[in-house]
Design a binder for this molecule. Structure first.
Ligand SMILES: [Zn+2]
Length: 154
């Protein structure tokens, strides 16, 4: 049985989850917390965070991710309704290189307004056809079959 209350002592978001750091909470349930980003890209910029400490999208349990993404959707709808947004970005960074500043998985829900100063972009890379096909094959290879359940028939 997994402990749903896993926390990491030095983690900023775990401290917010435990109530040891203040946050402008906009939503909380048993598994998920959402609060306004202290350094927002725009007014209403909200972070949606699973309470259980995991670092990246590759680490989080599916069942926790499902709960988080539904809250992301609900926050997005709320921002649209209450702040009359013109658009919305959902940003989820994994790893320092990708801009993840707090090593506890989180989703940024960023409302957009006409004329705002938010820039979310990337340069298009040139990737040749052979490399594309090599990557496609890697991504579609069947995963190694899971080991069969041990048949402890004794
Ligand atoms: Zn944490």
């Amino acid at each position: 049985m997994l402990n749903n209350k896993v926390v990491k002592m030095d983690c900023l978001f775990c401290k917010i989850v435990k109530g040891e750091m203040p946050a402008k909470k906009v939503y909380e349930d048993d598994s998920v917390i959402a609060f306004l980003d202290i350094n927002p890209a725009n007014p209403g910029h909200t972070l949606v965070v699973p309470k259980k400490h995991t670092e990246t999208i590759a680490d989080i349990e599916d069942s926790d991710l499902e709960k988080v993404i539904v809250v992301v959707k609900n926050i997005a709808k709320k921002l649209k309704d209450e702040l009359d947004t013109a658009g919305l970005n959902i940003v989820q960074n994994n790893g320092k290189l990708a801009g993840q500043l707090v090593s506890h998985i989180h989703f940024h829900v960023i409302p957009r307004f006409a004329g705002d100063q938010v820039i979310i972009t990337y340069q298009r890379a040139q990737v040749d056809e052979n490399k594309m096909e090599e990557i496609r094959k890697k991504l579609t290879e069947e995963a190694a079959p899971a080991p069969k359940d041990l048949d402890l028939d004794f």
